[in-house]
Design a protein around this ligand. Structure first.
Ligand SMILES: [Zn+2]
Length: 250
């Protein structure tokens, strides 16, 4: 075991309510691009084009949005060894839950129960009608897109369809925030994986645990905004380091 993993395991020793916080870096090994990294989607696409206001007012933005979803491959992605390691940690009974910035649903696919996961930015696998609230699988909508509908609307009421994902300019769902902060209140440590911890309010989840005086362990390639508060840091790919860390915690 290397020194970074040993130090992280020591920082988490004896903790019974570890809050796991995850970002894009846990899913890169599953082939999902990191939006904000150096190769990220936002280096090629202007995020200003994908605000909720634009989405609601522009058929062209909706067409581009569905086209990007269809091409992203994120609906076909499979969980990787880092997601599975989080599930193993859950099964040891030492985790209070997992708060994620990711929209890929891969924690649940890796066997983490739905009530143990808080998706702060939503889930791309579901789509809703913004008028009647009808819900459907995103794959159904993408089938209509590949069948030639550029801006598919609700089949019951003709309302605008949108994936259950938080767009730029939208507030985070209140229920998710409430569940995340009830986990924060119970947590006695936080393990932040694959996030630069720079996007707020999401990053206030690990920040509040650290501010309460409990250890913050960061597993990320590259620096994060909360490095100064970290009890330990592992600078390695999540899929490589996390299985070792979880083994060391048992
Ligand atoms: Zn509808």
């Amino acid at each position: 075991m290397d020194d970074q993993i040993r130090a992280a395991a020591e920082a988490l020793a004896g903790r019974r309510n570890i809050l796991v916080f995850t970002g894009a870096g846990i899913s890169t090994e599953s082939g999902i691009p990191d939006f904000r990294g150096p190769q990220g989607v936002w280096t090629r696409v202007d995020p200003g084009e994908f605000t909720i206001d634009r989405y609601l007012s522009s058929a062209e933005t909706r067409r581009r949005s569905w086209e990007m979803r269809a091409g992203s491959g994120s609906l076909d992605a499979k969980p990787n060894r880092a997601h599975r390691a989080v599930t193993r940690l859950w099964k040891t009974g030492r985790m209070v839950g997992c708060v994620t910035q990711n929209i890929d649903g891969l924690h649940q696919r890796a066997g983490l129960p739905g009530d143990a996961v808080v998706e702060l930015h939503g889930n791309v696998r579901r789509t809703s009608c913004l008028r009647c609230g009808d819900r459907m699988a995103t794959t159904e909508v993408l089938e209509r897109v590949s069948g030639g509908e550029e801006d598919p609307h609700c089949l019951s009421c003709n309302g605008i369809l949108k994936t259950d994902v938080v767009f730029f300019g939208e507030v985070l769902p209140e229920s998710a925030i409430a569940r995340a902060f009830s986990m924060v209140a119970e947590a006695d440590a936080v393990l932040a994986i694959g996030s630069t911890l720079s996007v707020f309010p999401a990053a206030s989840v690990p920040l509040e645990v650290a501010r309460a005086g409990d250890p913050l362990v960061i597993l990320n390639q590259g620096p994060t905004e909360l490095d100064e508060l970290a009890a330990a840091r592992i600078e390695r790919p999540a899929g490589d380091a996390l299985p070792k860390l979880v083994r060391a915690l048992r």
